[in-house]
Design a protein around this ligand. Structure first.
Ligand code: AHG
Ligand code: MN
Ligand code: MN
Length: 334
């Protein structure tokens, strides 16, 4: 019988091929994959588990937490603290750094994550995901502080996401391309199905929450107006639009067939630079997109070059097919 290449096999092979995944990082990524399988099961149970509701609590960003936001956060913490490879973790759902408990072995990596991305979609049975980013703990303190996490995205050693869609997939980069794995539930393994994912440079598909149009800045107004104008407008071709409201699903679509995704700076809430969070949404997705030949910018700056100022900092995000992102960045420069 032919068994495809499993995630752990792939990681070991990558280390032999180009030295990009040392044994300790392999152990960590395999453990992350286990947490994503458990989250997949939790999400897949749906209403059967009776956890489809909202909680009374709010997270640090003032968003109402869903029961599954909290459950998936706990799964991710509990599974990965046992990896023996972590100095600390940080999550969308926790204000401060999570310290590895005393009874667990510590390691030299930091793990930052969004346990359930697109959680507004969870009780309407639309795709959700998990996003993660791995950094090195450069400091010497055994209890890392937030400052130890505040490294620009260029310093990520690995990043990835799990997509809980019509199938469950894990897409990762360790800095040598982007690889997609599909969960084979018969053997409980992620199997390589999408080697060397690359984003086409051109696209006719854009994704933006158009209900925010009145709050956008002029360059984004112009770009979207020109897309919508279609064949007889300045772009000379018809565009298509999509908005899932799960960043993981949008990025995955772009990796498979191209496209541009924007959650730009807007004036809806002047205290926020954008909606998406730098450390556990924008940075890991930007690492993946660049590794797949795409581009990722705030409109004014490459996202991976941003020096983070806070664990939950928000940034504008414009990412996807290179030539389209360049058009939007060009409009910002004018
Ligand atoms: P989260 O569920 O982790 O808070 O993230 C949701 C994010 C992102 O996945 C998505 O692109 C965006 O919020 C959707 O925002 P709108 O509801 O404003 O469209
Ligand atoms: Mn999210
Ligand atoms: Mn989330």
């Amino acid at each position: 019988m032919h068994l495809g290449i499993t995630l752990s096999q792939f990681l070991a092979d990558e280390q032999r091929r180009n030295g990009s995944v040392p044994a300790d990082l392999q152990t960590l990524l395999n453990q992350v994959a286990i947490s994503c399988k458990l989250i997949s099961n939790a999400v897949n149970q749906g209403a059967l588990a009776g956890v489809m509701g909202n909680l009374e609590s709010e997270n640090v960003q003032g968003e109402t937490q869903k029961q599954l936001d909290v459950i998936t956060n706990e799964i991710f913490l509990e599974v990965n603290e046992q990896s023996g490879q972590l100095a600390g973790m940080a999550s969308e759902e926790m204000e401060d750094v999570y310290q590895i408990p005393k009874h667990c072995i510590k390691g030299k990596y930091l793990l930052v994550f969004d346990p359930l991305d697109g959680s507004s979609n969870v009780n309407v049975n639309i795709s959700v995901g998990t996003i993660f980013s791995v950094l090195r703990h450069e400091g010497t303190a055994s209890h890392p502080a937030a400052a130890d996490f505040l490294q620009p995205g260029t310093r990520q050693v690995a990043a990835g996401y799990a997509l809980y869609g019509s199938s469950t997939m894990l897409v990762i980069t360790v800095g040598s391309g982007v690889f997609g794995f599909t969960l084979d539930r018969n053997i409980g393994e992620f199997v390589l199905t999408n080697p060397n994912m690359t984003i086409p440079a051109d696209t006719k598909e854009f994704a933006i929450n158009a209900s925010n149009q009145r709050f956008w800045e002029a360059p984004v107004q112009r770009y979207v107006a020109e897309c919508v104008a279609g064949k007889t407008g300045p772009r000379g071709r018809d565009f298509n639009m999509r908005w899932v409201a799960s960043m993981v699903a949008e990025v995955h679509r772009i990796l498979v067939r191209g496209g541009i995704f924007m959650y730009p700076k807007d004036t809806k809430d002047p205290s926020k630079a954008g909606k998406l969070r730098l450390m556990y949404e924008a940075n890991p997705m930007s690492f993946i997109v660049e590794q797949a030949g795409g581009m990722s910018s705030t409109g004014r700056q490459r996202i991976l070059d941003i020096q983070p100022e806070g664990l939950h900092q928000r940034v504008p995000v414009i990412l996807g097919s290179r030539n389209e992102v360049e058009v939007v960045v060009g409009y910002h420069a004018e």
